[in-house]
Design a protein. Structure first.
Length: 288
């Protein structure tokens, strides 16, 4: 492997099974992930976590905080920022309840996995330090699904600050994967007074790193990543400040990126439309 692209050994067999009709694709689950940004002396840095090597999916790979939509994420919440109708149009979906669920998942997962909360007491404020014992108790209750995000916000009298998020990209897990996700990638600026921590049971470490440094590590094979992570890091590189990146989110293309697999001669060709660097050629007799 010349770079750090995560490529599980079972993929060639699954690709061949899908191409032959022996494998039926499962429906993807909606998910959200957040590229949390902050300014440093060297430019913009992004918060990343490294998945534990023992994880069945993408073990050892670097990623952003995120996860699947909770069925309760569409419950009415105190809301600030663009309307749900505007969010639905931006996310490319038909109903406002689903739009709210995706945005709520982004905010909830960021709190669950990084300890950062994009919410405030009013529409123009943000909570400060969230590292106390009472905050940790609520975070654990959210992780364990003993507490819904709507109830969490309501109990604390908080407003979800959807205006602090910008939708950046959308990637769908390949059809041959047994667990699939339709994932919206967001950007957000680390709120003043808050700090990240490794709060995820799925990660063994976290890092603040410049997008260019992260992709350089990937290119050298030092940092393991999945294609969506690398692609979004590359698109973050032009922005010198976190605020610039957040402002630029409105212009990002949210056309879903879905890997395709086709038989070509004696190979299975795996490609991500618009992202030629991730193309893989797999001999029909086994992986290469």
């Amino acid at each position: 492997m010349s770079n750090g692209q995560w490529y599980p050994p079972e993929w060639p067999d699954r690709i061949r099974a899908l191409a032959s009709g022996e494998l039926t694709a499962v429906a993807p689950r909606r998910a959200a992930t957040v590229m949390l940004l902050r300014d440093t002396a060297d430019g913009t840095a992004v918060h990343m976590l490294r998945r534990r090597a023992s994880m069945a999916f993408a073990g050892g790979a670097y990623a952003y905080p995120g996860g699947g939509v909770d069925p309760r994420d569409d419950r009415p919440v105190r809301w600030a920022g663009p309307s749900l109708k505007v969010w639905a149009e931006r996310l490319g979906i038909d109903d406002t309840a689903s739009a709210q669920a995706i945005v709520c998942a982004a905010v909830r997962e960021t709190f669950e996995e990084a300890g950062v909360l994009l919410a405030g007491a009013t529409h123009d404020t943000v909570v400060g330090d969230t590292t106390g014992d009472d905050w940790e108790a609520d975070r654990r209750a959210l992780v364990d699904r003993r507490l819904s995000f709507a109830d969490f916000l309501d109990r604390r009298g908080l407003v979800l600050r959807s205006d602090l998020l910008g939708a950046w990209a959308r990637w769908i897990t390949p059809e041959f994967e047994p667990r699939r996700y339709d994932t919206w990638f967001f950007v957000a600026v680390l709120p003043e007074g808050q700090r990240t921590r490794n709060a995820s049971s799925e990660a063994d470490s976290t890092v603040w790193i410049g997008p260019a440094d992260a992709t350089a590590g990937y290119d050298k094979g030092d940092l393991l990543m999945m294609p969506p992570t690398v692609a979004t890091l590359r698109t973050l590189q032009p922005y010198r400040t976190a605020a610039q990146a957040l402002e630029a989110a409105a212009d990002q293309d949210l056309t879903p990126v879905l890997a395709t697999a086709r038989l070509e001669g004696g190979e299975v060709v795996l490609s991500w439309p618009g992202h030629d660097e991730f193309t893989k050629h797999v001999p029909t007799g086994g992986p290469r």
